[in-house]
Design a protein around this ligand. Sequence first.
Ligand SMILES: [Zn+2]
Length: 199
Amino acid sequence: MTSHALHCVECGAEHSSGQCVSCGLTVAAAEIVFRRRLVRRTAWFLAGAIVFVPASQVYPPLELDRIWIFAGGIFFATLAIAFWLDGRARRRQDVEVLKRVYFGLVPVLWVLAALLYTNGRFDSSQADIHPADVVGTFSMPGLPGSYRLIVTSWRQGRMWERVPVDQVDFDRFRAGDGVVVLVREGLAGIPWVYDVHRP
Ligand SMILES: [Zn+2]
C-alpha cells in the first residue's frame, strides 16, 4: 500500500489520477497552487506572531509570562505543522486533515492579540490596589518589553507575582522596595496591570 493522496491537494476533492474533476487542476498544478497558498498563510501567521508581542503588552495581563509560554507553544507547533504539511504535499501524500489543522492555527495569535488588547482597552472596572514588596527584577534580553518586577503575592496559595512593567518603572524599583500594584479586572476577565507606584 502506498499512502498517496486520495484528495486533490488544493481543493480537497477526491480524485483517482490525472486532472481534478472539481477544480480542474492537474496533480502538479494543484501542488503549485497549494504551495502558494501555504506561503501566503504562513506569512499571515508570522505577521500575527510579530503583532502579538507588542499587542499583548499594551494592557499587560498579570499572567503575561504564562500567556507568552502558551503563545510560544502555539507558535512552534504551528511552524512544525507547516513544515510537515509542506513535506507531505511534496511527497504527494494526503494533506486533508493537516491542512485543516494548520489553517485553523494560522489566526490564533491574531485572535489572542485582539483579545488581550480588547480586554484592557474597553475595561471600565475600578483598579484593585495591592500593596506588595519587590523581591527581585527580571528581564529577557531579545524579547522587547519583557520587564518584570517580582513582588510578594496578594493572592492565596502564591508566593510571588511577576508584574509586567515598562522600562521606566523597571529602573525605578529595586529588591526591598515597597510597591503598590493597581490591577484591573479586564473586560474578558483577564486581570491586567494598570499601574505600579510607590506606597
Ligand atoms: Zn482540486
